[in-house]
Design a protein around this ligand. Structure first.
Ligand SMILES: *Cc1c(COP(=O)(O)O)cnc(C)c1O
Length: 406
């Protein structure tokens, strides 16, 4: 089976993790700051906080922005559920902004219309979470300008987009946002097994996120309420969590980060090759915004008769997946008042979407195999569609006796 995504682990990565296991620190040692320094260098952000997942990073980001009961968080339906759940963790309400039907990221026009309506109703969100779907940045200049105009804070969910660029600058520099979040799950661009990072240029937000990733406990003299009586002393000044990343994860991440540009360049080469291979097949290829250099976490295509094409690909050794079932159609969110029909662009995209294999280690031979099986699947699907179109007519024309159960 050719999977849709896969980590790329080198001997150097393995040696880096082994060195940690032989060292004094398995947690809270030098590897986490080293990994954070690599993220700061790659993004240009002033602060980077490593945590145990992007989900945790989204949670501490929302807490740092004081999201709470009575507040609203808006994200897109075309994302993993974590982009929305972070709002619920904080006791806030969640709503969605539909996507652009071509680029599948938050549509600034839909955002503007919704902000205008929300202002009229006195229900502006506190936080919006655009998602850089498939590795392509949302239109952050437009979204950032709207956020400033309406006094809304912005968390970028860049789980797919480490190494991507927007208007020539690295995603994660927070030029148009308060905080940017990355995931290092093994299917993403760079991995720490499980892991996440939040970047920001705001020292106050960085300090708050640091508190919240580790129990709300601090030894920082500027945060202590009492004078420290000695070296053992710490205070809990907020309710935090244990979201810390281990040293093994951080060492793996720091080692992987040395290959970030190569990973993203390779994904772009493979995506361009898919663009050429698939050009004549009856499917929709992903559209790139000219402002964007995608990290190409995913290569999502759209096809007719998706379920059949998907099953054919899986049955023939191509490990495809679908990104994403619109979050508002999940039972958890339907129970909060959402229903199918609420966000038509995300739903129309989802109904035809398939993510085909894309990862740094994918070979051209693998890609050719994906192309051949996909071509066969689309042909089989056309035949299937015709026979399904014909068969009800044959059935209706058949005499009733044909169906009599004797
Ligand atoms: C993977 C992903 C997450 C969650 O990342 P974890 O590190 O697994 O917690 C959040 N948002 C998006 C868009 C993702 O793809």
């Amino acid at each position: 089976m050719i999977p849709y995504g896969r980590q790329d682990i080198s001997d150097e990565d393995i040696a880096a993790v082994e060195a940690v296991l032989r060292s004094d620190f398995l947690t809270q040692g030098p590897a986490v700051p080293r990994f954070e320094a690599a993220i700061k260098a790659a993004t240009g952000a002033e602060h980077a906080l490593a945590v145990n997942s992007a989900t945790s990073a989204l949670h501490i980001a929302c807490m740092a922005l004081d999201l709470g009961p009575g507040d609203w968080l808006w994200t897109v339906p075309n994302t993993f559920v974590a982009s929305a759940n972070c709002g619920i963790y904080c006791g806030a309400e969640v709503d969605f902004v539909d996507i652009d039907p071509e680029t599948y990221v938050m549509c600034p026009k839909a955002l503007e219309a919704k902000l205008v309506a929300a202002k009229g109703a006195g229900r502006l969100p506190k936080v919006i979470v655009p998602v850089h779907f498939a590795g392509q940045s949302a239109d952050m200049a437009a979204i950032g300008a709207l956020a400033r105009a309406y006094g809304v804070r912005v968390i970028e969910d860049a789980s797919h987009a480490i190494g991507a660029r927007y208007q020539g600058a690295p995603v994660g520099n927070c030029a148009h946002s308060d905080i940017c979040v990355f995931s290092f799950h093994p299917v993403k661009i760079v991995t720490t097994a499980e892991g996440g990072v939040a970047t920001t240029n705001d020292a106050h937000l960085a300090q708050r996120m640091e508190l919240h990733r580790s129990h709300g406990v601090t030894r920082d003299p500027s945060l202590l309420q009492e004078d420290s009586p000695g070296g053992w002393y710490y205070e809990q000044v907020a309710l935090g969590y244990n979201y810390r990343m281990t040293e093994m994860q951080a060492a793996l991440g720091a080692s992987q980060m040395t290959r970030l540009d190569a990973f993203v360049a390779r994904r772009n080469v493979l995506a361009a090759r898919y663009d050429r291979l698939l050009a004549d097949l009856p499917l929709t290829r992903p559209v790139q915004n000219p402002d964007s250099y995608s990290a190409y976490h995913l290569y999502p295509i759209q096809v007719e008769d998706r379920a059949r094409v998907f099953a054919y690909l899986r049955e023939n050794g191509i490990g495809v997946n679908v990104h994403y079932i619109p979050v508002h159609t999940q039972p958890f969110y339907c129970a909060r008042g959402f229903a199918r029909g609420d966000f038509p662009a995300a739903e129309a995209y989802y109904d035809r979407a398939i993510s085909i294999p894309l990862y740094a280690g994918l070979t051209e031979a693998d890609q050719d195999r994906v192309f051949e099986v996909l071509r066969a699947a689309l042909q089989a699907s056309k035949v299937g569609a015709i026979s399904r179109w014909i068969s009800p007519r044959i059935v209706r024309a058949a005499p009733a006796s044909f169906f009599a159960s004797s």
